[in-house]
Design a protein around this ligand. Structure first.
Ligand code: X2N
Length: 519
C-alpha cells in the first residue's frame, strides 16, 4: 500500500528515506553542539567566574562522574581548581564551594542571595503537597519549623522511648526478617534495607504523629508512602513530571495520604483528644503564624508528609550504616552491651530517655556513623543575585545553583585523623567536639557553619530533627545490642555507598546474620 511506503527525500546523494535524513540531521546537530560546547569551554573562560569542569556533552555535563561518586568528583576537581568550581548537571550550572568556608558561604548565605525553595520545590512539592516546606515563602517555613520543633521537648522524648521500644519488639516478632511469629527463633539473616525503613516508619509515625496515624500503616499508608518514596528520586529532581508510572502514583498517593491526615485531624477535633505529645497535636493547637494567619488543616496534613519523609530516608540509612559498621566490629558490640549494663543495671531494665543521655559510646557510634555517612551529600540553593566569593575574584552569576557538600570536611584528614576508619572513640578527644577552624579562619567564618562536622547542616535551613534522630536511633540500637550478636552476611566488608538515591545508602547486599543473645 502506498501510504506505508517510506517517505523519500531527494538530496545531493540521490533519494534517501526520511528516517536517514532525520538520523543524519540529529548526528550533525549532536556533533556540532559537542564541538561548539568544547570550543566554548576552551576559548571563552571567564576569569571572573569559577572554573568550569570540562565536559563533552552540553546539558548532560558532568552528570555521570558526579552521580556515580560525588565525593570522588569533588576531590578530583578540588585538586585541579581549589575549593570553588562550577559543573554542569543535567541543564543546571552548579557551583561547588568546599570546606568550612564554602559551607558557611552557602548555608549562611543571605536570604536575598540564595534560595532553597527555588532549588527543591519542584521535587518536594508534588510529594509533600502545597503550602508547606519549600512551597511557601521562607518566613513561613521558619515558623513551620518552630511549630514542629516546639513539640520536640524532653518530656515528649521521654514518652517516645517506650513507644519506639514497643514498635521495635512488635516488628521483630511479626517480621520475616526476624522472628516471624516464632519468638524462640535463635538465628537469622536480615536484609537491613527492608527491615530498617519499616522500623523507621513505624517508630517515627507512632511518636511524631500518634497512635491513630501509626494505625494507618497497618492499612493503606504503607503502600501509599511507598509510592511517595518512589516519586522522591534524582530522576524526579531532574524531570519532576516525567510521564512514567512512578510520577502518576506519586501524585495519586500525595492526595490520598493528605486526605487521610485530614480525616485524622477531623477525628481528633471531634473527640477533642489532643493529649499525645506529637507534632500533629502541637500544630492543631498552636500553628498560628506571627501575622495571625492559622495554618489550614490541609497545610498541617502536608507538613506531616514532609516531616515523615524527612525522618524516613535519613534515619533508615543511618541505622543501616551503623548496624553494618557494628557488624564488622563484634568487639564494639560487646562494649556497647557493657554500656547498656553499666547504665541500666545487670537486669537490663527497659531503656529510658535519660539512660540514653548516659550512653556516650552509643551516642559516639551514631555521631561517627553520621560523620562517615551523612545522608545528604549535596545541599543546593539557587542563586538569586550575583554573588561574590570572598577571597577570590569570582562572581557566581544569578541563575546558577550553589552546592554545599558538608560531608567533604568530615572525611578530610586535615580535620579527622584516618578519616576512612570507623572510630567512635575519636569523639572522646575534645578537639573533635567543636570547631577546628584556626584563628585566622575563625574571624571570617560566622557562627553555625565553622565546624567541619555538619551532618545536620547549618544556617536557616538547619535540620530540626537532630535530637529526635538520636532518640530514635539510640533506642533502636540499644534494643539491637541487647537482643543480638551479628556479623555482615557472608563475612563481607561494610558495603560501598550507593549515591543513586536521594540519600547515601549502603550498596546491596546490606544483610546481617544474627544470633540471639541468650538471657
Ligand atoms: C543518569 C549515576 O544518578 O551517572 F525530606 F520536611 C523533608 C537533597 C534535594 C538532595 C535534592 C542528581 C544525584 C543527579 C545523582 C522536610 C531529613 C527534607 C532532611 C546524575 C545517570 C529534603 C538531587 C541529590 C540531585 C542528588 C531536599 C531531606 N532531613 N530529611 N547522573 O534535599 O532536606 C525533607 C527537608 C535534596 C538532592 C542527583 C544524579 C525537610 C545520576 C549515573 C546517573 N539531590 N541528586 N531531609 N545523577 N546519574 C530534606 C532537604 C530536602
Amino acid at each position: 500500500m502506498a501510504v506505508l511506503a517510506p517517505l523519500v527525500i531527494p538530496s545531493a546523494f540521490g533519494s534517501l528515506p526520511l528516517s536517514y535524513v532525520l538520523a543524519g540531521g540529529t548526528l550533525v546537530f549532536v556533533v556540532l553542539s559537542v564541538v561548539f560546547n568544547v570550543l566554548q569551554q576552551v576559548l571563552f573562560r571567564n576569569p571572573n567566574q569559577p572554573p568550569v569542569v570540562f565536559h563533552f556533552l552540553p546539558w548532560f555535563g558532568s552528570a555521570v562522574s558526579y552521580g556515580m561518586d560525588p565525593y570522588k568528583f569533588f576531590e578530583d576537581n578540588r585538586k585541579k581548581f581549589g575549593d570553588v568550581f562550577t559543573f554542569v548537571l543535567l541543564g543546571r550550572r552548579m557551583t561547588v564551594a568546599l570546606g568550612p568556608k564554602g559551607n558557611d558561604f552557602i548555608l549562611n548565605g543571605k536570604l536575598s542571595d540564595v534560595s532553597a525553595e527555588e532549588a527543591y520545590a519542584h521535587l518536594t512539592t508534588p510529594v509533600f503537597g502545597r503550602g508547606v516546606i519549600y512551597d511557601c515563602p521562607n518566613a513561613r517555613l521558619m515558623e513551620q519549623k518552630k511549630f514542629a520543633k516546639s513539640a520536640l521537648t524532653v518530656p515528649a522524648f521521654r514518652s517516645y522511648v517506650p513507644l519506639i521500644a514497643a514498635e521495635v519488639r512488635k516488628y521483630w516478632l511479626k517480621s520475616p526478617e526476624f522472628f516471624e511469629g516464632d519468638i524462640s527463633r535463635q538465628k537469622g539473616t536480615t536484609r537491613l534495607m527492608k527491615a530498617m525503613p519499616e522500623m523507621t516508619i513505624f517508630t517515627a509515625s507512632r511518636t511524631l504523629q500518634g497512635k491513630d496515624v501509626r494505625a494507618k500503616f497497618d492499612e493503606s499508608f504503607a503502600d501509599l508512602y511507598h509510592d511517595l518514596d518512589r516519586g522522591f528520586t534524582p530522576i524526579h529532581f531532574v524531570f519532576p513530571n516525567i510521564p512514567i508510572s512512578s510520577t502518576f502514583k506519586r501524585n495519586a498517593a500525595q492526595k490520598k495520604v493528605s486526605d487521610t491526615y485530614m480525616e485524622v485531624i477531623n477525628e481528633r477535633r471531634r473527640t477533642g483528644d489532643l493529649s499525645e505529645l506529637d507534632i500533629l497535636n502541637t500544630c492543631l493547637r498552636d500553628a498560628v503564624y506571627k501575622d495571625g494567619v492559622r495554618m489550614t488543616d490541609r497545610e498541617i496534613a502536608n507538613l506531616m508528609i514532609g516531616i515523615l519523609m524527612g525522618g524516613q530516608h535519613t534515619s533508615a540509612a543511618t541505622s543501616t550504616w551503623a548496624i553494618l559498621h557494628l557488624g564488622a566490629e563484634p568487639e564494639l558490640q560487646e562494649r556497647l552491651l557493657q554500656e547498656q549494663i553499666d547504665v541500666c543495671g545487670p537486669e537490663l531494665r527497659d531503656v529510658q530517655y535519660d539512660d540514653l543521655q548516659q550512653m556516650s559510646l552509643l551516642n559516639n557510634v551514631i555521631r561517627e556513623t553520621l560523620r562517615m555517612h551523612p545522608p545528604l551529600h549535596s545541599l543546593m540553593r539557587k542563586v538569586m543575585s550575583d554573588l561574590s566569593v570572598a577571597g577570590t575574584r569570582y562572581i557566581v552569576p544569578r541563575g546558577d545553583y550553589v552546592l554545599a557538600a558538608p560531608g567533604v570536611p568530615m572525611i578530610d584528614n586535615q580535620y579527622f585523623k584516618e578519616p576512612r576508619t570507623f572510630n567512635p572513640e575519636r569523639w572522646l578527644e575534645a578537639k573533635n567536639m567543636i570547631n577546628l577552624a584556626d584563628s585566622s579562619d575563625a574571624a571570617t567564618i560566622s557562627k553555625g557553619a565553622r565546624s567541619p562536622y555538619l551532618p545536620f547542616g547549618a544556617g536557616r535551613h538547619r535540620c530540626i530533627g537532630e535530637q529526635f534522630a538520636y532518640v530514635q536511633l539510640g533506642t533502636i540500637m540499644s534494643l539491637f545490642i541487647r537482643e543480638f550478636k551479628w556479623t555482615i552476611y557472608g563475612g563481607a566488608k561494610v558495603p560501598t555507598p550507593d549515591y543513586s538515591s536521594m540519600v547515601t545508602l549502603p550498596g546491596e547486599p546490606s544483610s546481617i546474620t544474627w544470633t540471639r543473645r541468650t538471657k
